[in-house]
Design a protein around this ligand. Sequence first.
Ligand SMILES: CC(C)(COP(=O)(O)OP(=O)(O)OC[C@H]1O[C@@H](n2cnc3c(N)ncnc32)[C@H](O)[C@@H]1OP(=O)(O)O)[C@@H](O)C(=O)NCCC(=O)NCCS
Length: 379
Amino acid sequence: MGYEDMIIRSYNAQKDRARVEDLERRCEVGPAERGFLFTDTLGDPICRIKNSPVYNMLVAELGDQLVGVTQGSIKLVTVHKPPKNLARVGYILGLRVAPLYRRRGIGFRLVIKLEEWFIANGVDYAYMATEKDNEASFKLFVDKLSYVKFRTASILVNPVSRRMLRISSNFEFEKLEVAEAESLYSKFMSSTEFFPNDIGKILRNKLSLGTWVAYPRGESWGATFPSSWAMLSVWNSGELFKLRLGNAPSSCLMYTQSSQLMEKLFPCFKLPAIPDFWQPFGFYFVYGVYREGPLSGKLVRTLCRLVHNMASKSKDCKAVVTEVGGSDALRHHIPHWKFLSCPEDLWCIKALKNEERNSLFEMLKTPPTRTLFVDPREV
Ligand SMILES: CC(C)(COP(=O)(O)OP(=O)(O)OC[C@H]1O[C@@H](n2cnc3c(N)ncnc32)[C@H](O)[C@@H]1OP(=O)(O)O)[C@@H](O)C(=O)NCCC(=O)NCCS
């Protein structure tokens, strides 16, 4: 059967669920030196997009073989292109082609089909994120599909230890009502690049565990803002899907085993152990981190410890993950392990409407000074 007979169509849960899960299991993502990360979608391959306002999953079929898959979601976000700082964007994720069928144009055709669906739904810009080292993905989007490098983000990963971390008594915390969190985000973060117009829906989603603020003890949270304060929200990604490390370097495996042994034998030394990332695990995603005032870096750090302690009580949450703009000083205040983190996640973008091409050119010229808002629904 020739490739001209390939069919690309929308995902049909009844027909495709098992085959898409099988394809996901066979596709390693990321550079081999760091070990591949596999996603277990717990019997629902569309779970990663189904919390987005508009979404679609496409599959490529060759005879009775499912050879490729991709997903897309659409929403309205802030972008800096006066006079209207809003754009409809389509996010591309989960592109996978079966190993035996690669380099035959299937990935290319899947993305073109998804772009057609974006255009039919009024999307101004399509964008995607890829690790800098994922050559196949970068070349496909940049060389073949005319995407341009737009922003760089850093994915920060902190392992969760079963031991609770000490929380400084110099600070106070408060969990906010959703309405208050929504109004704070609209007031302080709505000009952040990629801030979603439907932030209220994210905060009200059952996967959103809440929004917390921290401020110096002795001050109050109320009519006026404390001299320094910080805020963040937490999303329980592990409810949706699990991750598992495969084919990691043996040095990493040995380090994990020895660190767990050390923690068991010498608990008084408080040595952090790396959790067993080879078994499927869940993670919390921290989003919407905001801070103000001279002590705000410490406040962010303390809030992260609070999240760590929440995670350590949950059964299978083994990591707390955050994504911030590559040049954002916030990353110095967010605890993370360098060798588990990805310092350069490239965001690539393409204008899908003729009139948006000039705006994109202008956007690319402006230095990315502002922070990026990373939507937990797109993790
Ligand atoms: C990335 C991936 C989807 C590409 O699928 P594919 O069907 O093999 O891609 P195509 O055949 O359409 O490739 C089109 C172009 O992309 C580039 N490309 C694709 N694979 C490449 C590779 N391994 N190395 C270098 N360039 C590559 C080439 O420019 C290629 O054009 P060419 O074959 O004329 O040189 C596939 O490799 C894959 O599933 N990888 C694992 C999952 C993954 O990393 N997904 C991306 C997450 S963001």
